[in-house]
Design a protein around this ligand. Structure first.
Ligand code: ADP
Ligand code: TRP
Length: 331
């Protein structure tokens, strides 16, 4: 039997090249051979953005971008978290067996609490419980996510195991973070250091027009260039090579590495080539975004069939969980 694969992305902004290469591109591949659930984590986005300007619009945008990137609503179960209220019920039930100490020790909680001292809410604390509910409600085996999510996956396994132990059943599976063989990509940003991220303001977005992409890449941080042959490549330049490694042909990468090593490199040329290759990758998705965005019927249909399929599976799980815990009707 094929694996159950599940992953989600929060609706806190448009998808960037990192989200695409690190996550969505792989979702597209996986839907061909697995039973896949991909969703938009709108409840989760409220933990850090409690009063979003237009939540409905940003959820729709991510859905449009998922579809434009190649997720097929007839192959994958593609849905919006809040369309499946059973997830909220499982979250509530799991919360009864999640302890303050372990939640407080989670790195992502500590990070977010430190960065956002005026909004350390209970949703942020129980973020990993909601994430566990997302995953185990569909009995997922594999969860394709980036490295930053490993600890949340560990928590999901813990909550699944604890449920089984407490109610003396072998009911929930323990999901594993999945990283596509050994290819765990981390797409760097264009600002010289760190990863590309929504909150970092250093991204190239799938919704960016060609000229915007070119402009962003031409402005990427570089240095004054190597002065000694075969010298070490500093981070900002390495970042451009890393993106090039992912989006360009090996010949192209080798060509510019050789020029670097002989100190003949002109960063303008490297950036022009990189922009060309990024545009080649994004332009078709970008065109699709416009096309799908204009097709409201298609977007609605995708959300509707996704919600129906996801609920079918979630309703079954909740029924069984209630039975296991002993929540039964009197009428
Ligand atoms: P962001 O970091 O931009 O807020 P999310 O936290 O919503 O993005 O992440 C959604 C998915 O995209 C996760 O699986 C995450 O690991 C992946 N991802 C995010 N940024 C990158 C990146 N720069 N490189 C590779 N994968 C990434
Ligand atoms: N926490 C994930 C992120 O920030 C998003 C997410 C929520 C998720 N629920 C999930 C990912 C379930 C995988 C499975 O990227």
């Amino acid at each position: 039997m094929s694996d159950i694969v599940l992953s989600g992305i929060r609706s806190t902004g448009n998808l960037h090249l990192g989200n695409y290469l690190g996550a969505v591109k792989n979702f597209v591949k996986m839907q061909e051979t697995n039973n896949c659930y991909f969703f938009i984590a709108d409840y989760h986005s409220l933990t850090t953005h409690p009063t979003p300007g237009d939540l409905h619009k940003s959820v729709r945008q991510v859905l449009v971008e998922y579809l434009a990137a190649g997720l097929n609503p007839d192959k994958s179960t593609l849905y919006i978290q809040s369309d499946v209220p059973e997830i909220a019920e499982l979250y509530l039930l799991l919360n009864m067996n999640a302890y303050l100490g372990e939640l407080e020790r989670t790195t992502s909680f500590k990070d977010k609490a430190r960065k956002n001292t005026n909004n350390v809410n209970a949703g942020l604390l129980t973020y990993p419980v909601l994430m566990a509910a997302d995953i185990i409600i569909h009995h997922a085996d594999k969860v394709p996510v980036g490295k930053d999510q490993e600890q949340n996956l560990e928590m999901a396994r813990k909550f699944a195991r604890r449920f089984n132990n407490m109610y003396n059943v072998e009911y929930f599976k323990e999901p594993v973070a999945y990283n596509f063989g050994n290819e765990l990509v981390k797409v760097p940003g264009l600002d010289g250091t760190g990863k590309m991220g929504k909150s970092e303001g250093n991204g190239i977005y799938l919704a960016d027009e060609e000229k915007v992409i070119r402009k962003k890449i031409m402005r990427a941080v570089t240095d004054s260039g190597p002065t000694e042959p075969n010298s070490a490549i500093p981070e900002p330049i390495q970042n451009l090579f890393t993106i090039m490694d992912i989006v360009s042909t090996p010949d192209t990468v080798e060509h510019f590495k050789n020029l670097y090593n002989t100190c003949e490199i002109r960063y303008g040329d490297l950036k022009k080539q990189l922009a060309e290759d990024v545009v080649k990758l994004i332009a078709p998705i970008n065109a699709k975004i416009a096309e799908i965005d204009a097709d409201d019927e298609y977007v609605k249909r995708a959300a509707k069939i996704g919600a129906e399929k996801a609920r079918e599976s979630a309703v079954k799980t909740i029924k069984e969980v209630r039975e296991i815990i002993g929540i039964r009707k009197f009428y």
